[in-house]
Design a protein around this ligand. Structure first.
Ligand SMILES: CSCCC(=O)C(=O)COP(=O)(O)O
Ligand SMILES: [Mg+2]
Length: 227
């Protein structure tokens, strides 16, 4: 029986187009000024991590290249998160989740399912995003947030750490993602998995995993409360 649903964000609860066409351009515009900040310890540490990984290269250019290729690098995710804070807090950014997501999350939570997030986006940006949706603040629905500080999303060890953190047998955790390699890693760690195949995102169906076009279909397949 599923007791906790662990959710990816981009491509699962939030259209990829929102990330690529709204969030990334916002961050790209704000990053040059942010990276000149030599007093913010988070910026200083992220820049140092980039320089260590790419010695001799301009860290801003590295970030710009990473963004173009949608590389899920922890220092980039930290820096992007710092830029998004301003946008979410002043109302310029508001998360337009897939319409099936808020009612399903509310029904699952009300029905006693535990909910947690695992995304490459930093924990602070996950909280900003779910705190500023078109349907209001959804953060109280989630008991926990995990990001790349737990480990890479294609690495089974990350899902083992999450399993230990939430204190449930792995098979009672249902991981939802659009990315096959993430689902494979979670399944290797013993979790139940389901791929969100979002038509709007052109998700590539992954062989041999349960699939659902939206969260309502997850409800019916896994016997969790229906919105
Ligand atoms: C607060 S998540 C913002 C989107 C983002 O930057 C990202 O990398 C999402 O990746 P995911 O692991 O959720 O597919
Ligand atoms: Mg995703």
């Amino acid at each position: 029986m599923i007791r906790l649903v662990l959710l990816d964000i981009e491509g699962t609860t939030l259209p990829i187009s929102f990330v690529r066409d709204v969030m990334f351009p916002y961050a790209a515009k704000a990053l040059p000024a942010l990276m000149q900040d030599h007093t913010n310890p988070t910026v200083v540490a992220a820049r140092a991590d980039i320089v260590m990984e790419h010695p001799g290269q301009d860290p801003l250019k590295v970030c710009q290249d990473w963004m173009k290729a949608d590389v899920k690098a922890a220092p980039l995710k930290t820096l992007q998160g710092l830029t998004w804070r301003q946008g979410f807090e002043d109302g310029t950014l508001r998360a337009d989740l897939y319409p099936d997501v808020p009612p399903a999350l509310k029904a699952w939570s009300k029905g006693g399912l535990r909910l947690a997030v695992y995304s490459s986006g930093s924990i602070s940006s996950q909280k900003l995003l779910y705190g500023h949706t078109a349907q209001g603040d959804l953060t109280p629905l989630f008991e926990d947030f995990f990001d790349l500080s737990t480990g890479g999303k294609k690495d089974a060890a990350s899902y083992e750490k999450i399993t230990a953190a939430v204190g449930l047998p792995a098979e009672q955790i249902l991981f939802l993602s659009d990315i096959g390699a993430e689902l494979d890693a979670a399944r290797t760690a013993g979790m139940s998995v389901c791929q969100l195949v979002r038509e709007q995102d052109g998700t590539v169906p992954h062989p041999d995993v349960a699939q659902a076009p939206d969260l309502n279909a997850v409800s019916s397949q896994f016997g969790v409360p229906v919105a």
